[in-house]
Write a protein of this length. Structure first.
Length: 119
């Protein structure tokens, strides 16, 4: 199983970006998909997570500005980021909780994608 993320880049404050992340490989069930980020000198933090059929949660700092969504047919998760702020600058990582069989469940990470918001 692999996760591949796309969509990072440079944007001015107030602008928007959309990240996407697709799962490839043999998957029995995707239990959750979401996004984390890590800014320079800081710990990795949860941005948003969609727990399949259960809940969607956001970091307080992005509520009302970011939206996480899923295309289950494509095993893809998106992060729509609006009203971006310089403090949103970070490497964004896709994360997934995947069952590859009824008895085996693991956490997977995609490669990071850099989002830079200029003031």
């Amino acid at each position: 199983v692999q996760l591949q993320a796309f969509g990072g880049g440079l944007v001015q404050a107030g602008g928007s970006l959309r990240l996407s992340c697709s799962v490839s490989g043999s998957v029995f069930k995707i239990n959750a998909m979401g996004w984390y980020r890590q800014a320079p000198g800081k710990q990795r933090e949860l941005v948003a997570v969609d727990r399949t059929g259960v809940s969607t949660n956001y970091a307080d700092s992005v509520k009302g500005r970011f939206t996480v969504s899923r295309d289950n047919a494509k095993n893809t998760v998106y992060l729509q980021m609006n009203s971006l702020k310089p403090e949103d600058t970070a490497v964004y990582y896709c994360n997934a909780d995947i069952s590859v069989s009824r008895w085996r469940r693991s956490e997977y990470w995609g490669q990071g994608t850099l989002v830079t918001v200029s003031s």
